[in-house]
Design a protein around this ligand. Structure first.
Ligand SMILES: O=C(CO)[C@H](O)[C@H](O)COP(=O)(O)O
Length: 241
């Protein structure tokens, strides 16, 4: 049965441009979220049309299921070793190509896969481009054991960094905690503005119950931003450095 959801033309434009970056024989990481989903659809079309030979690893069970349903073979990351390229979405992209990710609760695997790749390329619509990270609530994956203590630690870190009183909220669905693919919880931090993302990242990583936060700093090399008219704008890291 075909998916009745209309395809967002901006996301579709970004996804199509990203598919053009894929070369035969590549080891490729597949992202998670609605834009990554369109990318996987378009990738499957090209693989079948051209008989491409790719080796694929996924950042989530959801994407692996989608890819397999489209006739693609998805392997374990550890069977592939290092990847040539990962294509993924993002919740926010700043002018230095730093990102917030994890809106789909997949940022832990997404970061493992992206940082095990020669190149990470983001596909997104223009609504994701921001001057400063932080409007999108920063997802932090935490161990369920002692999660309320971990939340207290995070609140103290925010106070130390001048962000006292910012809400730190357990992500829930239907009144129950959202459970990640790694069986953890997500805390969403409503920060509004992140002035020193590296310092915040270091402080969060130092808390015992924190598994991983959704700040992707110096990981993305290229952002392909789709527009509703079907064109794209490419933001390149080497233009910034
Ligand atoms: O980080 C992610 C999932 O954890 C997604 O890449 C991010 O939420 C963007 O998703 P979408 O393309 O649906 O806006």
């Amino acid at each position: 049965m075909t998916d009745p959801t209309p395809v967002d033309p901006a996301k579709d434009a970004a996804a199509r441009a990203a598919v053009a970056l894929v070369e035969n024989g590549m080891k490729l990481g597949l992202g998670t979220g609605s834009t990554a989903k369109i990318f996987v659809d378009r990738l499957a079309e090209r693989v079948h049309a051209e008989g491409m030979d790719l080796r694929l690893a996924s950042t989530s069970k959801a994407t692996a299921d989608q890819a397999r349903a489209l006739g693609l073979v998805v392997e374990e990351l550890d069977d592939l070793g290092w990847l040539d390229l990962t294509i993924d979405g993002a919740d926010e992209v700043d002018p230095d190509l730093n990102l917030i990710k994890g809106g789909g609760a997949a940022h832990l695997r997404e970061k493992i896969v992206a940082t095990a790749s020669d190149r990470m390329v983001v596909v997104a619509d223009g609504g994701k481009v921001v001057d400063m990270l932080g409007k999108f609530k920063l997802p932090v994956e935490v161990i369920p054991f002692g999660w309320e203590s971990t939340r207290t630690h995070i609140e103290r870190v925010l106070t130390d960094l001048g962000m006292e009183g910012r809400p730190v909220v357990l992500r829930q669905k239907d009144g129950k905690p959202v459970i990640t693919d790694e069986a953890n919880y997500i805390l969403d931090l409503a920060l509004e503005e992140i002035h020193d993302a590296p310092r915040l990242a270091r402080a969060l990583n130092a808390i015992a119950g924190v598994v991983e936060h959704g700040l992707f700093l110096n990981i993305c090399q290229l952002a392909i931003i789709g527009r509703p008219d079907g064109t794209v704008v490419e933001l390149l890291r080497e233009d910034i450095e």
